[in-house]
Design a protein around this ligand. Structure first.
Ligand code: PDD
Length: 280
């Protein structure tokens, strides 16, 4: 695989980042995951805008222009022959060669790394046909989840808790209300109405969420953005999640409670179809 690091395209075994990099030592880094379908980037613009915002919220320098970023994405897709898959992009604050809690000097260059993940069959995945089983866990993350940082230890532990329980993923709950999934936004459907948490600093402003809510409105579906509890979601007709890595993923079970007949619901299936059609 050819990867990109700080201006160079290199074989993955030759790419190097300093051990003092603050991304490595302190998770002082932000990231984006963009999907690729039929060799084309899905919603690059949305990801580029969110990256800029994440960087600015953390007073981190932009490593390059949006046009250069697009060029790097396209070149990696081409060099690695990606038809279906993902591109991971990470920008960290870099380092001035030592460990310190205070930021390094202003002229320290951010570290930028991109790599592709080839995922043939992503759009047609067996997992999306089965639907996901979810457990709920406490949300103990920090309070700025709207910034896409690489502080992913808790979501990673959540995923492992789900696996240990024989499930696929976890939804996080704070003050009695669902925030989001470990790596996706969360929705349930009751009586034809789609319910999802409103945007705030409590959740990531999903690029897929934005697209799917627009498509739902265009398809005359009713969407309500409000707080909701796990109990409400358990009583739903169906549920689903959205993310760049799994598009629209039906949810068929929450904390051992089967939703509907235990297969992906009609609205989740329809939205997945519309999303994949329109993105291509
Ligand atoms: N995760 N919420 C969280 C906590 C996420 O990590 C993600 C994305 C989303 C969905 O955002 P988007 O639709 O822009 O992908 C919501 C990526 C895919 C990841 O960490 O791999």
């Amino acid at each position: 695989r050819t990867v990109y690091v700080n201006g160079d395209y290199l074989p993955e075994t030759e790419a190097k980042v300093s051990i003092f990099d603050r991304g490595f030592l302190m998770a002082d880094a932000v990231y984006e995951v963009t999907s690729v379908l039929d060799g084309k980037l899905i919603d690059f613009e949305g990801h580029a805008v969110r990256l800029k915002r994440s960087l600015s919220e953390l007073q981190m320098a932009e490593p390059c222009s949006k046009d250069e970023l697009l060029e790097i994405h396209r070149k990696l897709v081409e060099l690695n022959g990606i038809e279906e898959g993902l591109i991971y992009l990470q920008v960290s604050r870099g380092s001035d060669g030592d460990r310190d809690f205070a930021f390094p000097s202003e002229d320290t260059k951010p570290t930028i790394v991109l790599f592709t993940q080839n995922k043939p069959g992503l759009a047609d995945s067996p997992a999306s046909k089965k639907g996901a089983k979810i457990i709920s866990i406490d949300d103990i993350r920090w309070g700025r989840r709207d910034i896409k940082t690489t502080q992913l230890l808790y979501p990673s532990l959540g995923k492992m808790m789900a696996k240990a329980a024989g499930c696929d993923d976890a939804w996080m709950v704070e003050d009695g209300y669902v925030t989001e999934g470990t790596s996706n936004n969360a929705y349930f459907v009751k009586g034809g109405k789609i319910v999802t948490r409103p945007l705030s600093t409590d959740i990531l402003h999903g690029i897929t969420r934005k697209a799917v809510l627009r498509m739902a409105a265009e398809a005359q579906m009713v969407v309500e953005e409000r707080l909701f509890t796990v109990d409400e979601a358990k009583e739903a007709d169906e549920a689903f999640t959205t993310s760049a890595s799994a598009f629209v993923m039906p949810v068929v079970e929450i904390d051992g409670v089967t939703l509907g007949d235990g297969t992906p619901g009609p609205i989740a299936k329809r939205l997945r179809e519309i999303y994949l059609d329109e993105s291509r």
